[in-house]
Design a protein around this ligand. Structure first.
Ligand SMILES: [Cu+2]
Length: 159
């Protein structure tokens, strides 16, 4: 084997060794001072019931931003919701626009803030992903890719 052949093998081995990491990093998007971390969605039950998306928005900057809208081709009506329990009864209300304070993070997670995908145009199938655009007042439009986990998933670490 000549040197260039060995070099190719070495490069191939390096690419293989970093692939899993880059796959995980691909899910986290940084634009300006905002970092959108570990987005995920639950698989939907057909298209009659809405889908839900969760992620963490980290603002590394010294100026607050505001998440004012969300858009995705898989939903006819996507919006920010908040789940809460009032007098023992679970309910959801519209929560946008959502302020992302300077040097802090806002977490969208089951039982709290989430993106609700009403009027699904196709079912969210486990193992697939779909694009979601977050519209921020200061940072502008940020497109993320949302992987779909199982119907009963409770967090991004549970596939
Ligand atoms: Cu909701």
């Amino acid at each position: 084997m000549n040197i260039s052949g060995q070099l190719k093998l070495t490069i191939f081995a390096i690419i293989l060794s970093i692939l899993p990491t880059s796959f995980v990093l691909a899910q986290t998007v940084t634009v300006g001072s905002l970092v959108i971390e570990t987005p995920w969605a639950r698989a939907s039950i057909g298209t009659k019931r809405p889908g839900a998306v969760f992620f963490t928005i980290r603002n590394k900057g010294s100026v607050a931003d505001v998440l004012s809208a969300v858009e995705t081709p898989v939903s006819g009506k996507a919006s920010v919701h908040r789940s809460q329990i009032i007098n023992g009864i679970a309910s959801m209300t519209m929560a946008g626009p959502v302020k992302i304070p300077a040097n802090s993070e806002v977490r969208l997670a089951p039982g709290g803030l989430h993106i609700m995908l009403m009027m699904l145009k196709k079912p969210l199938i486990k193992g697939k992903d779909f694009p979601l655009t977050l519209v921020f007042k200061k940072t502008g439009r940020v497109e993320i890719t949302v992987p779909v986990l199982s119907v009963g998933a409770r967090g991004p670490e549970q596939k």
